[in-house]
Design a protein around this ligand. Structure first.
Ligand code: ADE
Length: 224
């Protein structure tokens, strides 16, 4: 999979996408992540990427020309399955969408900007607008990092233990059951006996029951 991220703040993406599982996925050659600085595609001498909005509201709007230049370059080089824009007014992101994206070949993620992006770029290039929640971030970079992280970790082959990604929270519409490690007793609290017993069938039953109870308690909306 190849992911091209278009941003005016590339530094915000460097660290979250250079550690842990994403780092390993890149090293294994399972994903290539290329971060592009939109500012490199301006032609004016001040390298300005945003401008005042028509209509006179507060805030700055990302100009269309540099983004279009960069998009055109990428789209002439290869086919993309999805061109995503991160914005609080997009569709709400969830595990189902992460699963879908993880099976695609090439995607572009354009990071949103303060007051927004010239609508014509959205009309011309964007195939999917995604929000990571009903709150407003300074820009779309952190949202892009969230999306890329959640997608990359479930690309087939990235997590060594194949079962591990499938037992994540949300993968079966339930929250994950509690987990424990050694010691078997800590500050008077014992690990449930069934987990110490080593019977896979009983452990599976217990985990399913715990996941259902926890979901009913904390996220009853998921059971609907
Ligand atoms: N940009 C600003 N806020 C955002 C959000 N909640 N989701 C995605 N992109 C954003």
């Amino acid at each position: 999979m190849r992911i091209d991220i278009l941003t005016v703040l590339p530094e915000l993406l460097t660290s979250p996408l250079s550690e842990s599982i994403v780092k390993r996925a890149k090293e294994k050659g399972l994903v290539e992540i290329v971060v592009h600085n939109i500012r490199d595609y301006t032609t004016d001498k001040h390298r300005q990427v945003d401008d005042y909005p028509f209509g006179g509201e507060a805030g700055m709007v990302l100009k269309p020309e540099p983004v279009a230049r960069l998009m055109d370059e990428l789209l002439s080089e290869r086919r993309y399955d999805e061109v995503i824009y991160t914005s609080p007014d997009g569709m709400r992101y969830d595990q189902r969408e992460a699963n879908r994206l993880s099976l695609l070949g090439n995607i572009i993620v354009l990071c949103g900007h303060y007051k927004g992006l010239d609508q014509r770029i959205r009309d011309l290039y964007i195939t999917r607008e995604i929000s990571i929640g009903d709150y407003v971030l300074t820009g779309g970079e952190l949202a892009a990092a969230v999306i890329v992280d959640s997608v990359v970790r479930i690309i087939p082959g990235v997590i060594g233990d194949e079962a591990s990604a499938l037992t994540d929270c949300f993968q079966d519409g339930l929250l994950a059951p509690p987990v424990y490690t050694r010691p078997a007793e800590f500050r008077g609290l014992r690990v449930p006996n069934v987990l110490l017993g080593g019977n896979p069938a009983l452990i599976g039953e217990w985990q399913q029951e715990q996941a259902e109870q926890k979901t009913a308690r904390l996220r009853p909306d998921l059971l609907k």
